[in-house]
Design a protein around this ligand. Structure first.
Ligand code: AMP
Ligand code: MG
Length: 403
């Protein structure tokens, strides 16, 4: 059985192999959050476009400043002012943060290090050449590439595009990810479940996870546990870039997802991973569509999506696959687990000190959505560990949607 790292590698290798050109669309910078850029963006001018003061203070000539020196202040420069006049000898000008430093001045002295009496400014200490000035062109030259194809657009990337006047951005179209739940017991969330039925919460979590990963969810509802209904709905799902199924991949008599996919000509790259929850997870390709058959217990569905489906959506969307957000924390309470599978336990991490501390939350197993809703990470217990002691360093997989 593959480890989760090997299974992820398999997903990345297979999807990378199949990568082709993607459709693109032009979006306003206001609407492009989370999209993947499909063009190169270059600067329209130098940045900063002028020698910019980073402090409120006085623009000076360093050679005229020593502890106790005084200069006459002859003008004031605000951010946005046009500045062409050179600084006259034996004078200084008051300058604001973000304003242009006048020609001839080679430092800005913070207002806190000066004393003013009328026109006369007294300096507490010597100044160094270039202090508190960002030189013109030092952040970027004119025509320099600053955003490249494949970059995911977060708030800083969008601000950078806006700064250089790129108000419209050519982006890769989001991969369309069909979501199909399975199970005779599952009813739509707007229906009243019978005493032995459950609402289709998996389609809701999967749609949210698809969106967070940068995909476009395509909701196909639920298929009953019979081959006809599964065949029809799976075939519909195979028209999209990827298909994510929940349920029907375990060993039960009515777990028919793999049977139907096989009938439809699917190729399977794995059908089990050495993890708990989530062991029966399936990944393969049918026609041009990658599919993930995720076990139906809600926490299993969520964990396996994060581990295996997210990198596929990255690649299908034209971006490199993101690493798993795994960091280290100190274990807050001793844990005992069965050996043989890597465990992903709902955990709560807190940053009280320099090193975060994590505790596993009490839970009733992989059906316990409430436990995961109290968690902000998964505590990862390696397959060879039966006991992890309080104070040990353990890996945690962050829930980036809530942290
Ligand atoms: P399965 O993987 O099909 O054996 O499903 C395991 C269990 O997961 C089922 O018995 C349900 O309790 C639960 N389950 C399956 N599908 C869903 C769903 N769409 N939403 C919420 N829970 C589900
Ligand atoms: Mg089922």
């Amino acid at each position: 059985m593959l480890t989760y790292e090997q299974a992820r590698r398999t997903v990345i290798d297979q999807v990378e192999k199949a990568k082709g050109p993607r459709a693109t669309a032009t979006l306003s910078v206001w609407d492009a959050l989370g999209f993947v850029l499909a063009e190169e963006i270059k600067t329209d001018r130098e940045y900063p476009p002028f020698n910019r003061s980073t402090r409120d203070g006085y623009a000076v000539r360093v050679s005229e400043i020593a502890a106790g020196a005084t200069l006459r202040c002859i003008a004031e420069i605000k951010a946005g002012d046009t500045v062409t006049q050179p600084l006259a000898p034996r004078t200084c000008v008051q300058i604001m943060t973000g304003a242009a430093v006048p020609p001839g001045a080679d430092a800005v002295v913070m207002i806190e290090h000066t004393n003013r009496d009328g026109e006369s400014v007294r300096f507490d200490r010597a100044a160094q050449s270039g202090q508190n000035i960002v030189p013109r062109g030092s952040e970027a030259k004119r025509g320099e590439p600053i955003l490249s194809p494949g970059m995911r657009l977060g708030y800083a990337e969008l601000a950078l595009a806006a700064q250089v006047g790129a108000a419209q951005l050519r982006c890769a179209s989001k991969p369309r990810v069909a979501i199909l739940s399975t199970g005779d017991e599952v009813v739509a969330i707007d229906q009243e479940p019978g005493p032995f039925q459950i609402r289709n919460s998996n389609s809701v979590s999967l749609a949210a996870q698809v969106r967070l990963a940068g995909g476009e969810p395509v909701l196909l509802g639920n298929a009953a546990d019979n081959t006809d209904d599964l065949r029809e709905k799976i075939s519909r799902g195979l028209r999209e870039d990827a298909l994510v199924l929940s349920g029907g991949v375990s060993m039960g008599k009515y777990d028919l997802v793999e049977t139907v996919l096989k009938e439809l000509g699917a190729e399977f790259y794995f059908d089990a991973v050495a993890i708990r929850p989530g062991k029966p997870a399936v990944f393969g390709k049918c026609g041009n569509t990658f599919f993930f058959g995720l076990p139906g217990n809600p926490v299993s569905t969520m964990v396996t999506f994060e581990l295996f489906a997210v990198p596929a959506i990255d690649l299908l969307g034209g971006a490199p696959p993101r690493d798993l957000p795994i960091v280290e924390a100190h274990l807050g309470a001793t844990l005992n687990e069965k050996q043989g599978l890597t465990h992903f336990l709902p955990g709560r991490v807190e940053w009280r000190g320099a090193i975060p501390e994590v505790k596993a939350l009490p839970w009733q197993g992989s059906g316990d959505i409430a436990a995961l809703a109290r968690a902000n990470c998964f505590l990862v217990v390696a397959a060879d560990r039966t006991r992890v002691d309080v104070g040990e360093t353990v890996p945690i997989l962050l829930r980036k949607d809530v942290i």
